[in-house]
Design a protein around this ligand. Sequence first.
Ligand SMILES: [Mn+2]
Length: 287
Amino acid sequence: MENQKTFLDIDNPNYADCKVVIIPFGYERTTSFLKGTENGPKAIISASSQLELYDIETDSEPYLEGIYTMEEMADNSATSEAAIAEVYTIVGDVIRDGKLPVLLGGEHTISIGAVRTCKDKYPELSVLQIDAHADLRDVYDDSKYSHACVMKRIGEITPYVGIGIRSVGPEEIKEFKIKRENGEIFTPDDFRDLGGLNEIIEKLTSDVYITIDADGFDPSIIPGVGTPEPEGLNYEEILELLKAIARERNIIGFDFVELRPLRGEVRSEFAAAKLIYKMLAYIFQNN
Ligand SMILES: [Mn+2]
C-alpha cells in the first residue's frame, strides 16, 4: 500500500531500532452481523495521528521506545485457516526479533494465530480476554475458526481468563458456567464485585498475551462494533486492569480486534488508539 499511515503518524524508524511492531491485519470473513471490521486497523491508525505523544499518568513518551507500523497484509479471499497461519508467521517473526507485537483486527479469529506462535516461544503462556462474548462455540456456521469459536480454540492452546463476558449462547452455557465457577470468566458484575484485581492476576501465568475485542467495552465508549452489547466495562476499569497486569506480569503481545468504524463518528477508533498507547506506556514503565 502506498503512503500508508503509521501509528501516531510518525515516520517509521528503522525496524531494528523499534521495540514495538504494529501489525494491521483487517481480515474479515466470518463476522456474523455487521461487516466493516476490515477497516478497523486503518481507522485506529488514522485516529492515532491525533494522540499526544506524552502520557501524563506515566510521565513518559512511549513512542521513544520505537514503534514500527507494518503494512496491511490481510487477504479477505483467504480461508480462516490461511489467515490464522499468516498471523502465526508474522507475529512469530516479530516475537523472535525480540519485539512486542500489537495486532490490529479484523475479526477475532486472527488472535488464534498470535496465541499459537506466542505459545511456541513462551510455554508458560496464559491469555487475558476482554470481550462481551464467551466465544466458546465449538463450531459456528460450519467453521471451527469462526470468530464465535475463538476462545474455544484458544482454550485448547493455553489457559485464559475472560473479562466482561455478558452474552452467551445456549450451546456455550455449560462451559461458561464451569469457567465462571472456576474464576476463569468474569461478567461485568463479577468484575465489579471483586475486592481487587488479585483474583484475576493470580490466574495468569508469568507470560501473558492480551486479546481485546472492542465489544468488551460499553458501547457508550466504543459504539463501533458489530454487536454493541449494553452493560459493558468502562474505559477506566479496563485501564486499571491492564495497568495491574503490566505491573505484575510480562505482557508479550496484545491485539485489538472487531472494531467496526462508523461513518462520521471517530469515538471508537480514538478510544482504541488511546488504549493501545496507554498499554505501551504501562508496559515500558515496568521494563
Ligand atoms: Mn465479542
